[in-house]
Write a protein that binds this ligand. Sequence first.
Ligand SMILES: *[C@@H]1O[C@H](CO)[C@@H](O)[C@H](O)[C@H]1NC(C)=O
Ligand SMILES: *[C@@H]1O[C@H](CO)[C@@H](O)[C@H](O)[C@H]1NC(C)=O
Length: 479
Amino acid sequence: MAKIHPKPHAILFAYPLQGHLIPFVHLAIKLASKGFTITFVNTESIHCQTFKAQSDNTTDIFSTARKSGLDIRYITVNDGLPVNFDRSLNHDQFMFSLLHVFSAHVEELVNKIVKTEMESGSRVNCLVADTFFTWPSMIAKKFRLVHVSFWTEPALVFTLYHHIPLLRENGHFGSNSNRKEAIDYIPGVSPINPKDLMSYLQASDITTVVHQIIFKAFESAREADFVLCNTVEELEKDTISALQVEKPFFAVGPVFPAGFSKSIVATSLWAESDCAQWLDHKPNRSVLYVSFGSYAHVSKEDIAEIANGLWLSKVNFIWVLRPDIVSFDGCDPLPVGFLEEIGDWGMVVPWCCQIEVLKSAKIRGFLTHCGWNSILESIWYEVPMLCFPLLTDQFTNRKLVVDDWKVAANLNGVHPVNRHEVSENINRLMMGTLGGELRNNIKEVRKMLENAISTHGSSMRNLDKFIEDVTETICNNDD
Ligand SMILES: *[C@@H]1O[C@H](CO)[C@@H](O)[C@H](O)[C@H]1NC(C)=O
Ligand SMILES: *[C@@H]1O[C@H](CO)[C@@H](O)[C@H](O)[C@H]1NC(C)=O
């Protein structure tokens, strides 16, 4: 008689940063709606920050999702540091803790979940962890779980990290004088300029804690049974095909809330200002949305040039400026008198619901740091971008949207950024022909995203195939 397998149970570990948390939550919902039991794990610190940021007081962010019938449990784990420790201010210490301490807490927790399930006659089958964690293969082996690595950035970025040894061999990484010629030997990647590599691959000091994390994380990812990626197959076909030669690699993006509307699960780490009223009074397609994301810092000089550039351009704008964007000393990052000068044609907020802003008919352009979620959201709402990449994958993402897909333009050609160039490029985007050209191209790319997540689209098919293959692996493991 055929054995009847109960539904698969996966433990999901989201990376404790805003940009990773969002796709992770929505991956959890997707898997649960396909019949998985999910145990979603947040760090205590992320849990507390999310809790403080929301307006109601649900302590379980998935309670609404569960009411709709999804089997998602929610628990927290300590990341090695006290809950109220300022991780943004003490970034390296935070990373050090993720590298050296976190895995012990993860192991204890997974052990507990696995035991509890066993005692009630069921099993945990799968570990779904962010690719940037260093311990997934160790934990998966120890508890005999199927190891699924979830990559929340483009496949191009994955493959460049994956090929660090090849980059090193060819003199493009890890020496004091890295080669400047284009990199033309990564399977499935068209020649790429070293300046478009992720910041960590361009760095001359490669002994930092983040480098240690990256090296270890990609060793762990080599051992993964499956990789899921928040991208679209049609957008990165060659890169993905080359990766698939080595390992089951599934493009399942864009992984976002159903209908790209405001999430039913609280994922914001800061309270969101309401921009709707202010937008109400503006003409259609007249507002530039400006945000540099949740993570990067910007120098006071750059903020001042961008502020002055905005002022010179005279366009309406909403600017998301985290209070800690420049530093942690509580000083106002904006030039003195800026807010008074701009009056009603600009709105500066500490944080907002980006999807709600981008979907507004009032928005015409997005000045962005090129975080991957921001790019996917901007494409979805057909808002052309101006790029101001700051660190990590943002340089590589810029290459994709500006050079390859032609849905965005550069904010600046020279460094440091200067106010005249800023205002000129803002005006080209908002008033010149450039905006129209980019908008035509972005409609095409948006169509690809839309098709991918439609009923028979590539991301839907890939997710189904992934689930089929995982289920088969689980059955084989059980037998
Ligand atoms: C928060 O929780 C308390 C007690 O559980 C309840 O009385 C209160 O109405 C809640 N507040 C909101 C805004 O939901
Ligand atoms: C502005 O855009 C909205 C939504 O697309 C549309 O309904 C409305 O008619 C537009 N207003 C004007 C003045 O064009």
